[in-house]
Design a protein around this ligand. Sequence first.
Ligand SMILES: NC(=O)c1ccc[n+]([C@@H]2O[C@H](COP(=O)([O-])OP(=O)(O)OC[C@H]3O[C@@H](n4cnc5c(N)ncnc54)[C@H](O)[C@@H]3O)[C@@H](O)[C@H]2O)c1
Length: 436
Amino acid sequence: MKKVAIVGLGHIGSAIATVLSLKSKTIYGIDNNTKHIENLNNFQCPFQEPYLKNALISQIKKKKILCSNDFSSVSKSQVIINTVGTPIQNNKVNLSYLYSSMQKISKYVKKNSLIIIKSTVPPNTTQEIYNKFFKRKKVLLCFSPERIAEGNMIKEFKKLPIIIGGIDKKSADTAESFFKKHLKVKIIKTNNSTEAELIKLFDNLWIDLNISLGNEVGKICNNLNVNALDVIKAANTLKKGSSYVNILTPSVGVGGYCLTKDPWFLSEFAKKINLEMHTPKISRKINESMPKFLFSIFKNKIQELKYKNINILILGYSFKSNTGDTRFTPVEKFINLIRKEKFVNQLFISDPLVKTSDILSKFSKTNFKNFKEILKKRNKYDVIFFMNGHHEFKKNLNKIMKKINRKGLIVDGRYYFSKEQIKRIKKSYSFLGVGW
Ligand SMILES: NC(=O)c1ccc[n+]([C@@H]2O[C@H](COP(=O)([O-])OP(=O)(O)OC[C@H]3O[C@@H](n4cnc5c(N)ncnc54)[C@H](O)[C@@H]3O)[C@@H](O)[C@H]2O)c1
């Protein structure tokens, strides 16, 4: 059985390490964040992700995953999977983490070992890394895009097809047999690593664009007072080519670590080859406009209802449902737009999956409310926002509904109340949503 090193034990690396450790002898988890490694070795997992926390910690306790910041274990590993961050700064890709980790890997990697890049990268990066660090080393190198989505990572990792783009045939074949041993999923080998890099970027551009389309449907429907979800559901029954129209759902906006940056990787790369790509700019612009759009329709509603001095509860601060990840959450932008409005008396934010420190690093202590306390205490609110649809909110919906004042307002930012639920809500309260 091959020994595996995972470099970068963040959201993606820790999920991959957890699943692979079930069928590997030892996983060496390497991360340069010493505090993070210390926490993991003290059995503290910072990620709120279904099925991850307990499984990861249990594998660390069993010493199936050994966490450290020492790269020397790369020399004991036949497979090295790199999942370090590839952020953007001012819409420009920053590959410094990837390059510095690859430099360290190149110091320790043994002949014939397989390196798999999972971090999202611009086209040709794998080839450039090969030329810079590994050409003379006789190692195998692949790009295998990670396409799992937060909120459902463990399940998706076990069933999504895996794309493999090797630097050569031997690299791709070795990666194929490695993944086949661990996962029962379809494997798609591309002709080269650049194709695999493009697949990841176009997948994410497709998602961002189709959400932006959904958001524009939402804007129009809101104005016309028709239900966007109904329009989208029916529109999506049209067969086109080998699939169906698939407009995604409108919301307070797109956040997270991938969709907010990956479209820029493409437009930046296009510029380098003297092409202008318009779609990434358009999808990003529309999706970034959504907190402001929700703010504008909310303000109109407040005027219509003649509300003054209201107490607001924002439920859901993470960037999407069922994750505690707050990176680039559109909810932050939205709160910053309303918090200084004169009609606001008190504003509280609560999210059972988000670390308290993530909220306190952006807002004051007086803004924070513990979700369990909300359910226990007698406090009532004039407006409750559902900014995502965590299972925890769905499970406690009846209790939450008792927290709203008579004639109060419910706002759906991403919960996706059904038509029947909205009908019931409207009997006692006012209701507002992005597109319904
Ligand atoms: N988060 C997602 O949903 C998702 C989905 C698919 C693909 N991706 C891609 O996967 C990659 C990782 O994303 P993430 O969300 O896990 O990021 P993350 O920030 O949660 O994790 C990255 C980890 O890499 C570590 N790191 C950075 N530089 C290092 C170095 N030189 N040596 C060792 N460790 C180092 C960091 O300390 C961090 O723990 C990115 O390229 C991202 O675009 C992410």
